[in-house]
Design a protein around this ligand. Sequence first.
Ligand code: PMP
Length: 360
Amino acid sequence: MTRAYNFCAGPAALPEEVLTQARDEMLDWQGKGLSVMEMSHRGDAFVSIAQQAEQDLRDLMGIPDDYAVLFLQGGASSQFAGVPLNLAGPNDPVDYVNTGVWSRKAIAEAGRMADVKEVASSEDAGYTHVPDPAEWRTRPDARYLHITPNETIGGLAYSRFPEAGDVPVVADWSSAILSEPVDVSRFGMIYAGAQKNIGPAGLTIVIVRRDLIGNAREGTPAMLDYAIHDKADSMYNTPPTYAWYLAGLVFQWLKRQGGLQAMADINRRKANRLYGFIDESDFYANPVQPEYRSLMNVPFTLADDSLNSAFLEGAEARGLLNLKGHRSVGGMRASIYNAMPEAGIEALIDYMAEFEKDKG
Ligand code: PMP
């Protein structure tokens, strides 16, 4: 069996070691005679898996004790609603920065629930940079300031974070969580769908400062009330147990790699190698200003769009999968999350060079 290099934006590649371990433990988890999938979420075995995963995530990210770490369902998209429901009243001011498709979705959802202001946007510039925080028109009375540190579709990432004073910063970190160290204490809340850098789809992580929760507005569904989930250790209802277990295996794998600084070094090397190749070529292009290029999602175009299908077919034949860009922007996109080995980048570059030589 040969595993392909999977450049999918999500659900994305998982570390092979993790999949092998899951396979080995599939039928009989640690001598219990059953799969993790079949365990009661309230039994000792699963509770130990759940607690270990939370501890490992806290260790990796250095999450302070006054933050709740919730293992939820519903995807990051549910948190687009969860954030205003928990952190703001119906007419309260909430500030958002628009850096791409995912910011816009968060803004649209919050717009149905609070007084949303788009305090900065790079839409007019085609989302090729992140607006300078010094120029954001934030409101001091905003209940929170929402940002998207990594835009998965545009391949745009923050190179620095705002000082928002007393206004809590809320970050949708779906596509770059665990890719580099982060000072969690600078954020009121961080959330992420799991299916890129954490584990399988179906699990959503919410990390939230406890003093911000417990005041969800009247009418908030229990399933979106962070305080209810915190009180129940994310077991208010049946959590996504298998995804939680697999996330735990990924956290242990990350620890074995040396933690988030080690991952950041590798990720920077991988991204620099690919952007460097693209920049040197007259055939491939990436529009994002270098300072704001994502380490995780690398969109690129070919000089001639009519070659796109041939490029993708040739890639697939070599086991380089899912390079098609998002349908909203076209072109190509290589998502190179933690689980993408450096050899995958080299294989992609070899193929791109050869394709350019053939067709360019
Ligand atoms: N935010 C970002 C930055 C994303 O990349 C995605 C998914 N691609 C979402 C939100 C939506 O996540 P989900 O599908 O888990 O709801």
